[in-house]
Design a protein around this ligand. Sequence first.
Ligand code: LLP
Length: 425
Amino acid sequence: MTFNYSAGELQIRGHKISDIAKEYGTPVIIYDELYMTGMMKKYHNILNSHNLSYSVSYASKAFSSIQMIKLLDAENMELDVVSIGELYTALTAGFPVEDIHFHGNNKTPHEIEYALDSGVRFFIIDGLDEIGLIDSLAGDLAPDDLVKVLIRINPSVEVNTHDYISTGQEDSKFGLSLSNGAAKIAIDLIDKSTHLDFKGIHYHIGSQLDDSTPFVNAITNVYAWLDEHDISIEILNMGGGFGVKYVDGDVRFPIESGFDRIIGHLKAVAAESGRGMPHIMIEPGRSIAAEAAITVYEVGTIKNIPGVRKYVSIDGGMSDHIRTPLYGAEYDVLPVREAAGDRAAVNVVGKLCESGDIIGQGKKLPADLKRGDLLAVRTTGAYHYSMASNYNQMQKPAVVFVGESHVRQVIKRQTLEQLIENDVM
Ligand code: LLP
């Protein structure tokens, strides 16, 4: 376990959480950087063991920062970006531009120009009108190069996850349909283009998936379609979505056995249709970052409504923890000071002006919890900092990376001055 109790309090790799909170303040997001690099190595090892041409492309939307990008680069990862901001962060961190892939269902002309100008030559096409746009901008900005493209398709598979993070179905703002002909039209348009080089297929069928079945079904559907239209691909990008454990009862995506099954199926299907194996790409985000981190808050007001409920308010909330209000996501909340005594079920809530500003309901916390105590919310490494907002002019939290023998701040807490730095005085 990355975070464990020792000498009466929560620690990470021998560093006391309370010391880190004292030094950097609260709320603070604390990452075990070795957990993240361990996950990166794990994906490499597993795909490598199947004797494949492959790449592992981190979905930077899960959590992106200069130091995170540097970790990814050091571990031979590739990178997905979906906006000029994610691209800018990656380039500023010195990430190799040839390993960056540009995604998104509405890349603006300005973003495409910026990406081409910066040297990005790999785009995932998400809509038909993008093809002409990228082709003509590439003609202006990169006339001597071919721009590699995948098309994002909808493989029409059912997944068992929250509606907002389910993306492989026909009725979606993402991707091109196989069944209504849009995906085939896209390939024909790319073939007719001057500067685009069709490399293959991409899909991302959803997030927080705990089972390989939808990935297997997607391969079956995609290869049936490739066979039907006699389309060859060099790259198959299966997206991300590998699930993590937020609370007891969540099942992590079984990375080893899951990829054994997915790759085994792909080898069989490719052989059956008389094709060689494509270059495989995957795009994990959450599974690399989520379980690596906790968010530490300080307890403030405790309101007991006799016979009704007890509310424990912390010094952050939906500005740094939107997944519970937005998806009803469940998290473990732990006291930083180990407590052996009685526990009471309480609602842990944020300090923002919304009743839906909830961190967790009915959480069993020490009955003597008091103002000034620290609470840790587990599994907050993905889609927390990256989805943080300034609602109520809250400052975005500090972020700290911990290794075997160091604790280093990687993102400073936003300052009050930064909250109004763009305001016209
Ligand atoms: N590739 C593509 C094209 C994606 O759209 C995504 C996530 C990923 C990869 C990475 O998926 P992951 O391995 O992280 O599940 N805000 C939501 C998640 C939205 C995910 C969007 N796409 C949440 O907090 O659950």
